[in-house]
Design a protein around this ligand. Sequence first.
Ligand code: GSH
Length: 199
Amino acid sequence: MKIYGDFKSGNCYKLKLACALLDIAHEWVPLDILQGDTRSDEFLALNPNGQIPVCVLDDGEVLAESNAILYYLARDSSFWPQHKLLQTRILEWQFFEQYNHEPSIAVARFIKVYQNLPQNRVVEHRAKLKAGYRALDIMERHLARHEYLVSDNCTIADISLFAYTHVAHEGGFNLSKFPAIEAWISRIQSQPGFVGMYD
Ligand SMILES: N[C@@H](CCC(=O)N[C@@H](CS)C(=O)NCC(=O)O)C(=O)O
């Protein structure tokens, strides 16, 4: 199995982390989005949407969308519980991640880390911080009452939300205002097989 990704991207890191936690062998194919690697004809033939991560299975099937790939990787493990209600709760958090959390926290981080906060994106960055803090507030309130997002152990909902939350400070967020999130980050980091984004 091949995973096309950028090691600094949270969406790609979700798969690196899942493979480490589940001990799934794979080949990592590094791509650089700033160099236009995701716009080449070769890459667009894999994913016409021009985005990473992309996973190419041994039989040639191509999978896109980080949270869908997480399901594929983890569907037979404890990271995807069998109970229908818990599965639905995982999807709730993953849709929240893609619609509310990632578009604010990941984009704020992109503007700072990849683009060094250019003057013409300062106002947008401020708006992303505001929206991102709202998403973090929602997580904080939930995690103040629960050890993990969905069940008593780590699921792919935690992997999805962990990816950009644990590097939110790189985008300008102050996580010290969120003690329950910080404790949850430590719990994820102590999972057997854990690998960091920059490892
Ligand atoms: N919904 C997609 C988002 C993927 C995404 O935004 N990928 C970024 C890197 S984090 C990308 O490929 N950007 C390059 C581009 O859009 O041109 C997922 O979860 O996989």
